[in-house]
Write a protein that binds this ligand. Structure first.
Ligand code: PMP
Length: 308
């Protein structure tokens, strides 16, 4: 098969060849989308000949929380989840940047309330990047509203949630934009389809609060901490209006996949002078050096695959 992306996929405790990682079509993870997941990045550090998985513990913890919120009947521990990631990257002999995905799904066949058994699949493939993070993206505000905590909680990283982001993203692409920001049901800014959003105005860095119907993003938390520790800036977490982006000096997305991604226009209003903002560039540099382990700080956020 031409789309083989790695040697192995981890399926329920076993390493199986890429083409053989199969799930029954009637499993509730497919029929009713009872599937939760995590996306992680592994960063190749050339000097240390090492792949560092970024914030592995935080991703495993969030996967446990997602399974809890979906009332999945499973027996995994955070340690099991972490070990399966490290074992797979090693088995695939990846010595480059990697994209890693953990999927937990109701493997049982049955009616909508079926909660087990729960299967675990992990993939680790060479990494890809959808956007040019040096150039930035032209963004629309979507007419599709973000799902809310009282209907399909965005806090959970459930695959069903992604249809909401996909509606907005595909529409924005058809309309000629690179990406999109969604408002929540209260008309306040929420997030992008797979990323959180920040703006800078009058020197203040602002991001929608965790109660604005956003995923509890690990990158968002990382960026907030790095702004404080490395740039002396306390990020303000609050409700954000759409028009604040029209008059912002800078704006950017963040997430595991897009890392720090500058936004250069919103609804065709140039953000600042329409180029990558100064603070955006600085936090991008700080983030990139931490995740890859170019600087020794925050070693606790990086798990080396090829040691112990
Ligand atoms: N929001 C949504 C809807 C996402 O899918 C993601 C990607 N996981 C993010 C934000 C960013 O989250 P994280 O930093 O944990 O990758």
């Amino acid at each position: 098969m031409s789309n083989v992306m790695s040697k192995y996929i981890h399926m329920n405790g076993k390493l199986v060849p890429f083409d053989e990682a199969k799930v029954h079509v009637l499993s509730v993870g497919i029929t009713y989308a009872s599937t939760v997941f995590e996306g992680l990045r592994g960063y190749w550090n050339e000097a240390e000949q090492q792949v560092y998985v970024f914030r592995l513990d935080a991703h495993c913890r969030r996967l446990m929380e997602s399974m809890k919120l979906l009332r999945m009947e499973h027996r995994f521990t955070e340690e099991d989840l972490a070990a399966s990631v490290l074992g797979l990257v090693r088995a695939n002999e990846l010595r480059e940047d990697a994209h890693i995905r953990q999927l937990a799904f109701v493997e049982g066949i049955g009616p909508i309330g079926t909660s087990g058994p729960v299967g675990l699949a992990v993939t680790a493939t060479p990494s890809y990047r959808l956007f040019d993070s040096e150039k930035g993206v032209a963004c629309a505000i979507s007419s599709w509203r973000r799902i809310s905590d009282d209907c399909l909680p965005p806090r959970i990283k459930c695959v069903a949630n992604y249809q909401n982001g996909r509606h907005a993203f595909v529409q924005a692409k058809l309309d000629g934009y690179d990406s999109v920001i969604m408002l929540n049901s209260r008309g306040k800014v929420a997030e992008g389809p797979t990323m959180c959003v920040f703006l800078v105005r009058h020197g203040q860095v602002v991001t929608p609060a965790i109660s604005s119907d956003v995923l509890e993003s690990i990158t968002r938390a990382t960026v907030i901490q790095l702004f404080e520790e490395y740039h002396g800036i306390e990020v303000v977490e609050r409700e954000v209006d759409r028009t604040e982006f029209y008059v912002a000096d800078e704006a950017f997305f963040c997430g595991t996949a897009c890392e720090v991604l500058p936004i250069t226009s919103v609804d065709r209003h140039p953000v600042g002078d329409g180029r990558v903002g100064a603070l955006t560039g600085q936090i991008q540099t700080t983030y990139n050096s931490i995740v890859r382990g170019v600087v020794p700080d925050h070693a606790e956020w990086r798990t080396g695959v090829y040691r112990g």
